[in-house]
Design a protein around this ligand. Structure first.
Ligand code: SF4
Ligand code: SF4
Length: 373
């Protein structure tokens, strides 16, 4: 599906649907890595005791959900679920899903390749954005993931994904780097590696967030973070192959600037639409407004798998009111993306910026150095 069709669908969801626009679904808490920056660590540790929603239960949920534009299937490690392609198929057929993001740590190359290829072939109308986590390169990745031969597995996954991107136009590859106090000094090297050694990948930089086992990772100097984002944009100036990529990239830049301003505590408040337009569903059916607020909205198992009934409950409405009343604010890019999209003033600014930007350069091969020259 091209940009025009996606654009029409985007407008329809924005203006004519009362459904959530963006669902983050942690389909499993199981993970084969052990990252110190994991914001979901408590669930990962308790994975064995957490009863995951089964495929049959997910089918009951999608049957009642209605239209959905953006879905993120996260974890844990989402590819640990062998029924991942079946889950994607349910959202595509029952909810008319338009765009899907799947983050992965890349530690299961063969499974990732096979599972993703099935999903791409089965759902040509769904544009899939595969985010290969790249918090480090070389032997340091083994230390971060605590997985033997982590970098070799990561690069094997990258090569398989590059081959899939050549075959399927509904796939975009990103190398997702979480910027922490631990890797800030190595971000330039990581970005250069992505540019040189991971063909077909666009880098995605994000700020560390959430409550971590090692909170010192969040002690990131705001000025350094700002500089790293500038370098990132210099190295990766071009648009990717997503429908509406130009507009989405301008929106992404605006969101990044907002996150940096939040880090510097200078950002104006934008109403957060979590619990309403963005919703987080966990592996055990718990529903939360976002990944950070410890204010559950309910559980889909207790609501006969009707997510909209959970969101309409007094408990959920009270939390949504609380978010607005307290001017809740944070650096989570997914929430900011939705918040911009539902803020007429900020979306107008994004559109003006998009209309007045110079034509982006075409995708290039390798940029020498840190892209600053
Ligand atoms: S790969 Fe993701 S889910 Fe697993 S430990 Fe690392 S950050 Fe957490
Ligand atoms: S501002 Fe952040 S913490 Fe608050 S509700 Fe939104 S995403 Fe959650």
């Amino acid at each position: 599906m091209g940009s025009l069709a996606k654009g029409i669908s985007l407008v329809r969801h924005r203006f004519f649907s009362a459904n959530p626009f963006f669902l983050v679904f942690h389909i499993t808490a199981r993970c084969n890595a052990r990252c110190a920056f994991c914001f979901n660590w408590e669930h990962v540790q308790q994975a064995r005791e957490r009863p995951e929603l089964t495929l049959e239960e997910i089918a009951r949920l999608t049957a009642r959900l209605g239209p959905l534009y953006q879905l993120t299937l996260s974890g844990g490690e989402p590819f640990l679920r062998r029924d991942l392609p079946d889950i994607i198929r349910l959202f595509a057929t029952d909810c008319g899903l338009q765009t899907l993001t799947i983050p992965t740590n890349g530690m299961l190359p063969a499974r990732i390749g096979a599972s993703l290829e099935r999903a791409l072939a089965d759902n040509p109308g769904v544009h899939i954005r595969l985010g290969l986590s790249t918090p480090e390169i070389g032997p340091e990745l083994e230390a971060v993931y605590q997985v033997r031969n982590a970098f070799a597995k990561h690069q094997e996954s990258a090569a398989l994904l590059t081959a899939l991107a050549c075959k399927y136009s509904n796939l975009t590859l990103t190398a997702a780097t979480l910027c922490t106090a631990a890797n800030a000094g190595r971000i330039r090297d990581i970005l250069a590696h992505v540019r040189r050694q991971m063909p077909g990948f666009i880098s995605q930089l994000a700020l560390v967030r959430g409550s971590l086992t090692d909170d010192s990772l969040k002690q990131l100097d705001p000025a350094l973070a700002r500089e790293l984002f500038r370098i990132h944009r210099a190295i990766f100036p071009e648009d990717d192959n997503r429908p509406l990529a130009g507009l989405l990239n301008v929106l992404g830049d605006s969101v990044n600037e907002y996150s940096l301003a939040c880090l510097e505590r200078t950002a104006p408040w934008i109403p957060c639409r979590c619990g309403d337009r963005l919703v987080v569903l966990y592996d055990n059916g718990d529903v939360f407004p976002c990944e950070y607020l410890d204010r559950p909205l309910g559980n889909v198992r207790a609501a006969d798998f009707d997510l909209k009934a959970v969101l309409a409950s007094p408990q959920a409405r009270a939390t949504v009111d609380w978010i607005i009343r307290e001017h809740c604010q944070c650096t989570w890019e997914c929430a900011s993306f939705v918040n911009f999209f539902y803020s007429p003033l900020n979306m107008a600014r994004v559109l003006i910026r998009y209309a007045s930007r110079p034509a982006p350069p075409r995708a290039v091969g390798v940029v020498d150095g840190d892209g600053t020259s």
